[in-house]
Every structure is written in structure tokens, then in C-alpha cells.
Design a protein around this ligand. Sequence first.
Ligand SMILES: C[S@@+](CC[C@H](N)C(=O)[O-])C[C@H]1O[C@@H](n2cnc3c(N)ncnc32)[C@H](O)[C@@H]1O
Length: 375
Amino acid sequence: MTATPPQQAPARTELDTERMERFAGRVQEFVTGGMLSHLIGIGHRTGLFDALARGPATSSELADRAGLNKRYVREWLGAMATGGVVEYDARTLTFTLPPEHALCLTGTRSTNLAPFATGVAVLGEHLDELTTAFREGGGVPYERFRPRFTELMDGMNRGLFDDQLVDGILPLTGDLPARLAEGIRVADVGCGTGHTTVLLAAAYPASTFVGYDFAGDAVGRARAEAGEYGLDNVSFEVLDVTRMPVDPPFDAVFAFDTIHDQAEPARVLRRVFEALTPGGYFVMMDTRAATDLVDNLDNPNAPLLYSISTLHCMTVSLAQGGAGLGTVWGEQLARTMLTDAGFVGTEVHEVPDDPLDSVFVSRKPGEPPAQRTAG
Ligand SMILES: C[S@@+](CC[C@H](N)C(=O)[O-])C[C@H]1O[C@@H](n2cnc3c(N)ncnc32)[C@H](O)[C@@H]1O
């Protein structure tokens, strides 16, 4: 007996040519955006944007100002002018970076998006291996992305943390700032270059902080920065956080942009729970999205998040034989996993100035221990 083929909708025979042309235009925009991102990344890395932000210049003057090759700068300016990044005055042959654009491409504030543009190249470095993983499973391990990923991550988040960690994010965590001021023990898991740990340690000298990351290059940078700040209440360890110490316990644990990358996210959440005192805080900054694709269809950031996931966050987890949660694990699954790990009272807040992330504030049940000296 032959199986009946599944019912299929009849194929449309007539092509909507307008629709086809509109879509072709969109594809061209994607390609142009990708190419311009590379040139914006080069502008960031070579200091061209900083040089142009100092004032209008001809192509030759800008090359001299930035100490770069004139021919390359002229071509780069062609892309920047036609791409609407800089303005060109054909009468005076000068290029200008409008102040509004300069805010988006220069400086140390979170408004500087140029470090993000470098991510297109960094996350695109291993497309051959990634294509193999599509065919054979597995993934591209973290080590393949370092050390450039360490630099990228630091560049993407540093301005946000400078602007928002102490004054924007911490106020979302109930009475945690007051407890930090009194003096408690705090861990920062998956701390990367440790800028968050250092900022917290500088803001709360009565508390002690330890940052854990399994990337040696990131931890080296974290230690150096803590040294530059002259802090004696912060330390860093190269450690897989599935094995973070649970005794003596911590009063608060932070996790910035790291849980969705984990090979064993459920195990890490459970370990964090075990490492906390009763009443302890778990503050997790992670991506702002929904778990179900259908709820992300109107999220303008979703294509970026799914792409970053495929190119990096999901693949580094799968490379370790991990869960491969991906960047878009979403708020609903995050809440479920926090509950499964034992946490209660989870509140989710928007991160000020950051449409890509949420802050999840959870507690371990129980009463916090009586006030004691951190250490
Ligand atoms: C996306 S980066 C975030 C870094 C930093 N928290 C930030 O916000 O800039 C994720 C970090 O988690 C670290 N990581 C991932 N899994 C880990 C594990 N099991 N143990 C320790 N570190 C881990 C990575 O090495 C990486 O530095």
C-alpha cells in the first residue's frame, strides 16, 4: 500500500514582482549594512572617527590627522559619505562628523555603538567551522574566539556598565545597595574582563568581591584593572563557575550576560543558589526577548539577537556538548529555570539605556543572616 502524500497548499504560480523587488532591495540593504559595519569597525580601530570628531577635514587632512594611508582613507570616506555616516561638502572638499553621529561612534559612553560594529568581523571569523557544525553538530569553542572576543565583549559593555551599573541597574535590586554599603560577600560569575566587579568594588568598599571566569586572558585583564583602581576588596579567579565555592556562602551573586552562554546553565543556576546565604540575591543581566519565536516577530532587536546566538552564544555552548540555550532563551524560560533552581520572587526590569537586556532580580528563600563583617 502506498502512503498518501500530506496535503499541501497549491503552489502560487504568479510571482508578485513588486514584492520580489522590495525583498531584493532588503537583501541589498543587509549586505550593505554588513559591509558598512566592517568599515565602521575600521574607523573605530584606526581612530578615524575620533580624528574627524575634532573638526571638518579634507580626505588628505584626515589621513594626516589620524596618521593613516591617504588612499585608504579616501576610499573609506567614500563609503562613509554615501552611507550617510559623515557629511561631504563638495565645494570645500571637506568631510564632517555631525555631533549626533559622533556621540554614536566615539567616546566612552554607552551611546558609542562602534565597538558593536567590530563584532560583525569578530563573530564572522569562524564561518567555515560554523558551517561544518550546521552539517555535523557540535560548535565553535570559546577558545577559537579569543582573545578578540574578550576585547569585543569588554568594548560592547564597558560604556553601559560605566553609565548604568551603579546608578541605573543597582537601584532595581531592592535593598541590595544598602546591604552592599554595610558590607557583604559578593561573587560575579562569568565576569569576563571584570569591569562590573571592579566598579562594584570601587562603589562599595565595605563589601568584598570575587570575579570568576574560565577565560585566563579576561581574568588577567580584570586583575590589571583592579590594580589600576588600587582596590584591595576585589579578587579574580580562573574558574569554571559550575564549581564555584559554596562555603563560605555569598550574600549576593551577579551574572552579566553569561547564563545563556553556559554549557550547563541549569547546573550553574543551581550552584549559584547553593552558594548563596538564605535571603541572598541573584542579579542576572541577560538578553531581553521572549522564549517563543512568535512573540519575537515584532521585536526589532530579534534578528540581531538570533544572529549573535548562531554565530557565538549558542555555538560556544554546543561546542562543549552543552545545552545551547542561545541568546534568545527568553524571559519565560529564564523565569522557569530560576524557579527550578530554587529562586523565588523573580522580578524583571528593563536595563536603562539598553534595549537588548533585562535585569532579573531573584532571591534565595529565607532570612538573611544577622549583619556580619564581609571577608
Ligand atoms: C558574554 S561574556 C560576558 C562577560 C562579562 N560578564 C560582560 O558582561 O562583559 C560571557 C563570559 O562568561 C564566561 N563563561 C562562560 N561559561 C563559563 C563557565 N562555565 N565558567 C566560567 N566562566 C564562563 C566566558 O568566558 C565569558 O567571559
